[in-house]
Design a protein around this ligand. Structure first.
Ligand SMILES: Cc1cc2nc3c(=O)[nH]c(=O)nc-3n(C[C@H](O)[C@H](O)[C@H](O)COP(=O)(O)OP(=O)(O)OC[C@H]3O[C@@H](n4cnc5c(N)ncnc54)[C@H](O)[C@@H]3O)c2cc1C
Length: 459
């Protein structure tokens, strides 16, 4: 059978494409091919007792499977054009916001109605930031929390289970163009055919995406990677900020290097977690909506943006090399007290144990200055002192810094304003396109393309 549409990847981009396609036309034959597990089978073996850190499973259940990288994420849907992707550059600013609001409505409809929406616009915090050379970006954020996010995904799957063909453990190996609107999609030896193919393989499919683009002669670019640490401190230190706006994206330009450092992925009363991208272990964080799962700490990332110019082309490799260095020294993620970093001494288990902040991730105590290049480390230290002015206690000796956090940017795939490649009927959406880097933007890109595809197939 030739499918009308094959979607590769069941992350937010793929799921919202599938949902919107069925909403527009129930008759469409749609197949979703997903490399990972169905939602109910996704399980990270780290239990904090027998398995305390990442054991590099062949397929990472945190990153892969129904729900994609977003399944166990904090479920922060930021409705803004200021960060999270450049969808607005392709579809227009208002359309991008409308799409993100539409996604938000669906999330509410499928189980997220009790989640609160925060806004940073006109907040008192904005003024306080400006007084200290810090810049708070405007955004609305719906914080679903890992628990509600999971329920929404369960409900979405129930809705789509019978109307769409789902194939899990189906890692697409190759996509072949027969002609425009005629594609062969390979899972090993098995071939599926379709009129339209929507690729939504996220960050975990980044390297794979490069090979697909090479084979199909689609141009790509890669020139950006963000490197930094995850900061963990007592929740009380950031309480005024997180209670007011929940997620604050604050940007600071350092005096020394004039680099931009930003806060990213703030998790009030959350936990720090490992992340495994293609075997490289980095750090991330999440939090729960359920008060019963609250920790004593808040965590967030501090990231320094690095943009490279010719002849260097592989910014992700730069980020990976730094992450690998921390993996080499610590077997995974490294943790250091801010006080130890400033004094030029490594953290040891006893120094961490003596501190007043109890780590929520079992990382190896060590020395971040052996891993993170001086420029980025100086930037991070400067930013911590700047943040200390709006949240006193940030630059405390006991503040924990986990390294390294790397925000890989997928290669920019050459797509037009419809997110269609030069091959008619072949679309690239979500994080693997390089257009989006977040749940709301990835989901919105899925809705956008689905509407276009449904209209084309109708014709
Ligand atoms: C721990 C964590 C917390 C996060 N928290 C947030 C947050 O709070 N807010 C936010 O906005 N963003 C967050 N993010 C980022 C967010 O999850 C991503 O931006 C989003 O999931 C991207 O959606 P996507 O559909 O493009 O890709 P993904 O969610 O990565 O999904 C891609 C899917 O494609 C599958 N795939 C890959 N290759 C193949 C192949 N060859 N064949 C078949 N299938 C394949 C993968 O298995 C995966 O399931 C977080 C990420 C992580 C890891």
């Amino acid at each position: 059978m030739k499918y009308d549409v094959i979607i590769v990847g069941a992350g937010p981009g793929g799921i919202f494409s599938a949902l919107e396609l069925t909403r527009k036309n129930k008759e469409l034959n749609i197949l979703v091919l997903e490399a990972g597990n169905p939602l109910s089978k996704r399980h990270c073996p780290i239990d904090g007792v027998n398995i305390r850190s990442c054991i590099s499973c062949p397929s990472c259940d945190i990153m892969k499977g129904f729900g994609g990288a977003g399944a166990f994420s904090d479920g922060k849907y930021n409705i803004t054009n200021e960060f999270g992707g450049n969808l607005h550059e392709y579809v227009g600013k208002q359309e991008a916001l409308d799409l993100m609001n539409y996604v938000d409505d669906i999330n509410m409809e499928y189980g997220g109605a009790s989640a609160r929406k925060f806004s940073t616009a006109n907040s008192e915090l904005k003024k306080r930031c400006l007084q200290h050379e810090l810049h708070l970006l405007d955004a609305q954020v719906r914080h679903l929390g890992t628990d509600l996010n999971y329920i929404i995904l369960e409900n979405l799957y129930k809705e789509l289970e019978d109307t769409i063909d789902w194939k899990f453990h189906s890692s697409v190996t190759k996509i072949e163009k027969v002609s425009d609107h005629d594609y062969k999609v390979y899972v090993g030896e098995t071939v599926y055919e379709c009129d339209t193919c929507i690729i939504s393989t996220g960050r975990s499919g980044s390297k794979w995406m490069q090979s697909i683009c090479d084979n199909l002669n689609i141009e790509t670019r890669s020139n950006r990677v963000d490197i930094g640490v995850r900061v963990e401190l007592p929740a009380a230190v950031f309480e005024d900020i997180t209670d007011e706006v929940y997620e604050s994206k604050i940007i600071y330009r350092t005096e020394k290097f004039q680099d931009k450092v930003r806060t990213f992925c703030m998790n009030p009363r959350g936990i720090v977690v490992n992340e495994n991208t293609n075997g490289v272990i980095t750090v991330n964080g999440h939090s729960y909506e359920d008060k019963g799962c609250f920790s004593e700490n808040t965590n967030f990332a501090l990231l320094v943006s690095n943009k490279f110019t010719e002849p260097f082309k592989d910014s992700n490799e730069y980020g990976e090399s730094i992450a690998r260095l921390s993996n080499m020294l610590s077997g995974g993620v490294l943790v250091q007290r801010f006080g130890d970093l400033i004094r030029g001494q490594r953290s040891t288990q006893s120094r961490i144990d003596d501190g007043f902040v109890t780590p929520t991730l079992n990382a190896t105590p060590g020395d971040l200055s052996l891993v993170i290049p001086k420029r980025q480390l100086d930037d991070i230290i400067e930013m911590l002192y700047a943040l200390d002015k709006i949240a006193p206690g940030t630059a405390s000796d006991d503040t924990l810094l986990y390294g390294v956090e790397v925000k890989f940017y997928n290669l920019q795939v050459d797509v037009d304003n419809q997110l269609e490649t030069k091959h008619k009927g072949l679309y690239v959406i979500g994080d693997c396109s390089g257009v989006t880097h977040s749940l709301s933007h990835a989901s919105a890109s899925g809705v956008y393309v689905a509407r276009k595809v449904a209209a084309d197939l109708q014709k």
